[in-house]
Design a protein around this ligand. Structure first.
Ligand code: GTP
Ligand code: MG
Length: 138
């Protein structure tokens, strides 16, 4: 079974949507095998999103990710990376398909409720950034 890294973002934890978002994952056949609620510093958010360092929204993105707690998660399932991206929906909620997390919950292209790894290599790096092997309970 494949594993992917997920974040329930500050806009969603603020609105008490952790359970509603986890239900979407579970209904899609994804299992939450690790989960913790933490608050990132702006520097930690910047490290996590450093691939976007040159993008015009980088500073705003780091401020936002540090603005309230996040829920960092590892999701496991058949084709978990692609399945999670499907359940999340498009980055911009106005482009997201009906029934997806972003269509239902996201507030804007920046404050879009969830993050999900985009490839096996990034999933491995992102999981290791937040969790030790001991914390992954399949
Ligand atoms: P992630 O799963 O969070 O990586 O989203 P994604 O893969 O769908 O989008 P991408 O990696 O391109 O962008 C990362 C994050 O940057 C997005 O999820 C948004 O939170 C933010 N972002 C992307 N584009 C914009 C933008 O045009 N404006 C703002 N403010 N934020 C953006
Ligand atoms: Mg991305």
């Amino acid at each position: 079974l494949e594993r992917t890294f997920s974040i329930i973002k500050p806009d969603a934890t603020r609105r008490n949507l952790t359970g509603a978002i986890n239900k979407k994952f579970e209904d899609a056949g994804l299992r939450v095998v690790a989960q913790k609620r933490i608050q990132l510093s702006k520097a930690q958010a910047g490290e996590f999103y450093k691939v976007h360092a040159e993008r015009p929204f980088y500073d705003e993105l780091c401020e936002f990710m540090a603005s309230a707690p996040i829920v960092a998660q590892v999701l496991e399932g058949e084709g978990a990376i692609a399945k999670n991206r499907e359940v999340m929906g498009a980055t911009n909620p106005s482009d997201a398909a009906a029934g997806t997390i972003r269509a239902e919950f996201a507030e804007s292209v920046g404050e879009n409720s969830v993050h999900g790894s985009d490839a096996p290599e990034t999933a491995a790096v992102e999981i290791a950034y937040f969790f030790s092997g001991l914390e992954l309970v399949g």
